[in-house]
Design a binder for this molecule. Structure first.
Ligand SMILES: Cc1cc2nc3c(=O)[nH]c(=O)nc-3n(C[C@H](O)[C@H](O)[C@H](O)COP(=O)(O)OP(=O)(O)OC[C@H]3O[C@@H](n4cnc5c(N)ncnc54)[C@H](O)[C@@H]3O)c2cc1C
Ligand code: FES
Length: 246
């Protein structure tokens, strides 16, 4: 296994907007887009470390984008420069960038945009479009937009872009491959839309996790080839391989 545990120092923990933070750690990290780390900024409670995708990396830092939803992410949000954070990773398979050939549509729902930044940076800008759906407008889109050719935005409240869901505006038939990360119901719809027009899709699953290293089987998802561990065989799966709930 190439993942490792280390104690790092927080370089910054920027509030992007209400409930959304970007945490940066300095150092050299050998990671792929779509992989994740288990983050821990506490000693005992909550018992489990929290899985968060790699949002961005450069030569001397790595960053994570996260929504505050419960105890663990509330504790992460309190971190300040120089505070200690324990990290284990990189974990999971990540995206195979060399398989994302031709015109690529990146489709993100809400915080599903987190792994898309590093992925977009590694794809050819002129061949990559981003479809993103939020409940309400989010500033984070501005950071990702510069790495893609076209941005198609939807908001459920109609504040910006198309009023409704991102699947209303996605046209998978215009692409060679579609990559999706977001709520399971959205990923299920995207997979079906792609299957209908014969386009390959990859999705990044965000199942609840415990050990994060393939030992406990808490994170399995249903595939045509039996149950697979999201933390180990995933989180990125070929869309047609998965059996998701609608
Ligand atoms: C591989 C992977 C990558 C992830 N990447 C990111 C990321 O980049 N940014 C980000 O903000 N989040 C990401 N998540 C989700 C993140 O791990 C959870 O939001 C976090 O663990 C919640 O911890 P908590 O203690 O704050 O909330 P908890 O108190 O554990 O839960 C609060 C609420 O969030 C729900 N919840 C918890 N975990 C998940 C989950 N995995 N999926 C859906 N709902 C959940 C719970 O059901 C509950 O309603 C990822 C999850 C996985 C498995
Ligand atoms: S979280 Fe334990 S096997 Fe995946």
């Amino acid at each position: 296994m190439s993942e490792k545990y280390s104690i790092e120092k927080v370089f910054s923990n920027e509030k992007i907007e209400e409930g959304m933070y970007k945490l940066t750690i300095k150092g050299k990290f050998d990671v792929k887009p779509g992989q994740f780390y288990l983050l821990r900024a506490w000693d005992i409670e909550p018992i489990l470390s929290r899985p968060i995708s790699i949002h961005d990396k450069d030569d001397d830092s790595i960053s994570f984008l996260y929504n505050v939803v419960g105890k663990g992410t509330q504790l992460l949000a309190k971190l300040k420069k120089e505070d200690e954070i324990k990290i284990t990773g990189p974990l999971g398979n990540g995206f195979q960038v060399d398989k994302l050939k031709g015109k690529v549509a990146l489709v993100a729902g809400g915080i599903g945009i987190a792994p898309m930044l590093l992925l977009a940076k590694q794809l050819k800008k002129e061949d990559t479009d981003l479809f993103v759906g939020f409940r309400k407008n989010s500033k984070i889109v501005d950071n990702v937009e510069k790495y893609v050719n076209n941005l198609y935005l939807s908001t459920e409240n109609g504040e910006k872009g198309h009023k409704g869901y991102v699947t209303d505006i996605l046209k998978p038939e215009n692409y060679d491959v579609v990559v999706c990360c977001g709520p399971e119901i959205m990923m299920s719809k995207v997979i079906k839309m792609c299957e209908k027009v014969g386009v390959t899709s990859y999705v990044s699953m965000e199942n609840r996790m415990a050990c994060g290293i393939g030992a406990c089987l808490v994170c399995t998802c249903k595939t045509k080839d039996g149950r697979k561990r999201t933390c180990n065989e995933g989180p990125v799966f070929l869309g047609e391989e998965l059996i998701l709930n609608d």
